[in-house]
Design a protein. Structure first.
Length: 175
């Protein structure tokens, strides 16, 4: 079976298209810790890993936006945006915490969002989270992506140098 994702056809990977809300319903504690770590500095901050055309990895900082339903991000014209348009696979990792080595990591597939109403709502959320009265003027050149969840890793530590960190691994297919 094939499906269309942003104009591209491929094998049926629909099981990899778990929304944040579905993830949160199945694993509320993991989702709550993920939200805490992604927003630990007041706005969403993470590193986004994508795959270059030659198959090599690429990592960039980015600003995720979490809603009740999905994990999103606006991406400016950049190598990471080109990577996702060509190969939707991603990995996203929270920024390092100042006081410990806690971390949240998710993988899955990113899907470009072209629905104008959704783009407008997220543009306003982006501005609001940053104390701006309106979205940035160049937002029209940005593209919105929804990041579907396939797996996650949560690491909780007692501080820097913790010799026994607690790891929780979850895969969508394991439920």
């Amino acid at each position: 079976m094939t499906q269309q994702v942003d104009g591209r056809s491929g094998r049926d990977d629909s099981w990899r298209n778990m929304r944040w809300s579905d993830f949160a319903a199945r694993r509320p504690q993991l989702a709550a810790e993920g939200r805490r770590l992604l927003y630990q500095y007041g706005v969403g901050l993470a590193f986004l890993a994508t795959t270059r055309r030659d198959g090599g990895p690429r990592v960039h900082p980015m600003c995720p936006l979490l809603t009740q339903s999905d994990l999103f991000a606006f991406l400016v014209a950049s190598p990471k945006r080109r990577d996702l348009r060509r190969d939707a696979r991603y990995a996203l990792h929270s920024f390092p915490a100042d006081q410990n080595e806690d971390a949240f990591y998710v993988t899955g597939r990113a899907i470009r969002v072209i629905d104008e109403e959704t783009v407008d709502v997220l543009a306003n959320q982006f501005a609001s989270e940053r104390g701006m009265s309106a979205p940035p003027a160049d937002l029209a050149a940005w593209e919105l992506f929804a990041f579907k969840i396939e797996s996650c890793l949560l690491t909780i530590t007692s501080g820097h140098g913790d010799s026994a960190p607690r790891h929780t691994v979850w895969h969508e297919r394991s439920d």
